[in-house]
Design a protein around this ligand. Structure first.
Ligand SMILES: [Zn+2]
Ligand SMILES: [Zn+2]
Length: 99
């Protein structure tokens, strides 16, 4: 099985780590949780964006230029990614956990 080399990033707070991708909205620390929609759970290629980005993506139907601009994909390290997940993941309203 072919394994993809993880892309490394030199994170200011965590040092050299595997990189992950989040949208720009999650990086504004003083905002209330914006949601956390995970698109890839490959540990070498983690990707997530917020609820607003998910709605925008649904509206656009695909990765359009307008979506990319709105999303503002940013590389972070996997530790930062895990922290963003904790901060922005909102409680499911229906009481059941979707996996
Ligand atoms: Zn977003
Ligand atoms: Zn980091």
């Amino acid at each position: 099985m072919a394994t993809t080399e993880p892309l490394l990033i030199n994170c200011g707070s965590h040092g050299k780590r595997v990189s992950a991708v989040v949208c720009c909205h999650m990086l504004k620390a003083d905002l209330p949780p914006v949601g956390f929609v995970e698109n890839s759970d490959d540990p070498n290629d983690l990707q997530a964006w917020c609820n607003a980005c998910e709605a925008k993506f649904q509206a656009e139907g695909e990765m359009t230029e307008a979506f990319r601009k709105f999303n503002g994909m940013t590389l972070v390290c996997v530790t930062c990614y895990a922290e963003k997940k904790l901060v922005h993941m909102t409680q499911p309203s229906g009481g059941s956990y979707a996996v």
